[in-house]
Design a protein around this ligand. Structure first.
Ligand code: EPU
Length: 310
């Protein structure tokens, strides 16, 4: 704690929350107190903070919107860095040809805000992201998307800070993007992205988005605290269908429950603990492996694993 305080005291343009529970920062609403949460208020402050924690060896994690993470029950002696204040600016619109528009968007902007903007500006190309929580930064890192496509489909370039703190612009064709992974350099921090969208009619866009949202509401437990899909789909198969066929819907460890609506979602029924969720995931993995010989791979990022849970 002393080392944290000493370094943070010397820095400016930081919002600091001491002892903040991770439950307040994650869509799962799970997680105990961390030593400190730091929100740099600009890019310069972010770069300074990253340089300081790296050179001093301060344990830290960087999170975006907190919608695809499971935080430990804590207390957890770590500095959590939230990027959204430093890169929360939206949205320059640059004309590029008659039907194409380039949108520059900060990593901290919520996907829902970006989607609303695209509707206002009558731009298509992001419909696959309707209803997905989180920020642009998180969506870019994990190539968020759905059956209909992913954010990589619209991506032109990403601005990032690399491990040594240098700012770099990486173009889409340099990135080996795949299913739920953009292939960004290790430990890179996304600052913003440029997306290529096409002009369309607002009514048409609204209708398509409303249809997708309706399907989501019918097939997914939206509204409960969760981290969305827990496992990646194995090639050619739906993880949800496997978990369902294994008879695990409704299984509950503490307040963590395999959703009755969609078996690849674990929902927090109230006071779920990270330990309950981890135990449930391990159980699901074990049952699916013994029934089908398929090893499920986690989509949710389990923070502090190995240090805090065991
Ligand atoms: N299914 C079941 N039981 C279930 C759930 C699904 O039998 O409990 C069956 C469905 O009936 C369907 C098949 O599995 O035949 C596929 O289900 P669904 O259409 O719900 O799609 P999914 O593969 O489970 C993927 C993404 C979702 C995304 C939807 C819709 C992954 C891991 N999941 O789900 O993304 O919203 O398609 O496009 O890629 C996320 O990544 O967090 C996420 C929610």
């Amino acid at each position: 704690m002393q080392a944290f305080r000493k370094i943070l005291k010397e820095m400016t343009d930081l919002e600091l929350l001491w002892g903040e529970p991770m439950a307040n920062l994650t869509s799962f609403r799970i997680g105990g107190p961390v030593a400190c949460v730091a929100r740099p208020l600009g890019e310069y402050a972010l770069r300074e903070l990253l340089a300081a924690v790296r050179s001093e060896g301060i344990p830290h994690v960087i999170i975006g919107g907190g919608s695809n993470v499971l935080a430990p029950d804590g207390p957890w002696h770590v500095l959590v860095i939230q990027v959204f204040r430093a890169a929360g600016k939206m949205l320059k619109l640059c004309a590029d040809g008659a039907q194409i528009r380039l949108v520059h968007v900060g990593a901290g902007v919520k996907l829902s805000t970006l989607l609303r903007f695209s509707v206002c500006e009558e731009l298509e190309g992001l419909e696959a992201l309707v209803g997905i929580p989180g920020t642009v930064g998180g969506a870019v890192v994990m190539n968020a998307g759905s059956r209909e496509g992913s954010i990589a489909d619209a991506l032109v370039w990403v601005d990032l800070l690399d491990e040594s703190g240098g700012k770099r612009r990486v173009f889409r064709d340099e990135l080996p993007a795949g299913y739920r992974n953009m292939g960004l350099p290790e430990n890179a921090v996304v600052l913003g992205a440029c997306l290529e969208l096409r002009t369309t009619k607002r009514a048409f866009l609204k209708e398509r988005m409303a249809k997708t949202m309706k399907q989501r509401r019918q097939s997914q437990p939206i509204g409960f605290p969760s981290a969305g899909c827990i496992f990646k789909n194995p090639p050619g198969i739906s993880a949800g269908a496997l978990i369902d066929q294994a008879g695990l819907k409704g299984l509950r460890f503490g307040d963590a429950e395999v959703s009755m609506r969609h078996a690849n979602w674990i929902i927090n029924r109230g006071k779920a603990r990270a330990a309950d969720v981890v135990a449930l995931m391990e159980h699901m993995e074990g049952v699916v492996f013994s029934r089908f010989g398929i090893q499920l791979e986690r989509e949710v990022r389990v923070l502090g694993e190995g240090k805090t849970f065991h």
